[in-house]
Design a protein around this ligand. Structure first.
Ligand code: AMP
Length: 286
């Protein structure tokens, strides 16, 4: 595995691989790698791409200083995992390399970034769009892989890719979960053992329960179903619920009744919820 820290050096290496006709896939990450990240890498390898993984904790997408300062980092383990899994290239830039002095440019997606996480994390998706634009320009990959774990992010990147004519293949990878159903996340490392093993798995249990209920062709009262589920989560030990909503997968706008998603709409249940100080997100397709 070759590790590059500078934009100049990785651009040169990528150009050489492209001359040899290699197809390149980018897997952007913020490190503290787990099996979820690895599944993205494996998907790219299975499709015969030369895999470039990036690890960069992008301060611009954090709207909470504590969340940024305490974001898990585990470079030694990350390197081991990447090496063991035959990664070709790791891009590991320092913040100054990505955001030089007087960095001015800002990217904002009018649609898609104001619902769900956009409501409580102002500026978050602007930061995501900016780093992804920069990575697409630096690496110039043929494809980029993103997890459905961050479904809103995935939709935003698909739109960015189309709007700004990157014209890459954006590949979506399914959510990888622990055997208890908890969606893997670097932030899970900040949970206590009890929170991680006993409380957090309730998120997926509730999502699965809601999915089952909605699958039965009853005349559901959606807002009642969702508020009962919220109550259930709160009494299980969770804190604030930023949202628990059923949304159209494309527009990410909430659906208020079942008739809205019986025909042409693909719907998903989305949740963002606090457990102690840790904010967890998850979603499930209906
Ligand atoms: P992160 O390091 O959290 O920014 O995530 C990097 C990429 O890994 C994003 O595309 C995430 O959606 C994806 N990812 C994170 N956790 C999972 C998971 N449990 N299953 C699938 N993909 C994931």
């Amino acid at each position: 595995m070759k590790i590059f820290e500078s934009v100049k050096s990785i651009k040169k290496a990528i150009a050489k691989h492209k001359e040899r006709g290699k197809k390149i896939a980018l897997v952007p990450t913020m490190g503290a790698l787990h099996q979820g990240h690895l599944s993205l890498i494996k998907l790219a390898q299975k499709k015969n791409y030369l895999v470039v993984v990036s690890i960069f904790v992008n301060q611009k997408q954090f709207n909470n200083a504590e969340d940024f300062n305490k974001y898990p980092q585990n470079l030694a383990e990350d390197l081991k995992m990447l090496q063991q899994n035959g990664i070709d290239i790791l891009f590991l830039p320092k913040a100054e390399e990505i955001y030089p002095p007087n960095f001015t440019t800002h990217i904002h997606l009018q649609e898609l970034s104001s619902s769900l996480c956009g409501k409580t994390r102002p500026g978050h998706f602007d930061g995501v769009a900016l780093i992804i634009t920069k990575l697409f320009n630096i690496i110039t990959p043929h494809a980029a892989i993103f997890g459905e774990k961050d479904f809103q992010q995935l939709q935003i990147i698909k739109r960015l890719n189309r709007d700004l004519n990157f014209d890459l293949k954006i590949i979506a990878a399914p959510i990888i979960r622990d055997s208890n159903g908890l969606a893997l996340s670097s932030r899970n490392m900040r949970l206590s053992k009890t929170e991680c093993e006993e409380i957090a798995p309730k998120i997926f249990q509730i999502l699965s329960y809601l999915k089952k209920q909605l699958g039965q062709k009853k005349n559901h009262n959606l807002s009642q179903l969702l508020s009962e589920a919220s109550e259930n989560l709160r009494s299980s030990g969770f804190g604030k619920i930023d949202y628990l909503e059923i949304c159209d997968e494309e527009t990410l706008l909430p659906l208020t009744n079942l008739r809205q998603f019986t025909k042409n709409t693909q719907a998903r249940i989305f949740i963002a919820i606090y457990l102690g100080k840790i904010r967890l997100i998850d979603n499930i397709a209906l």
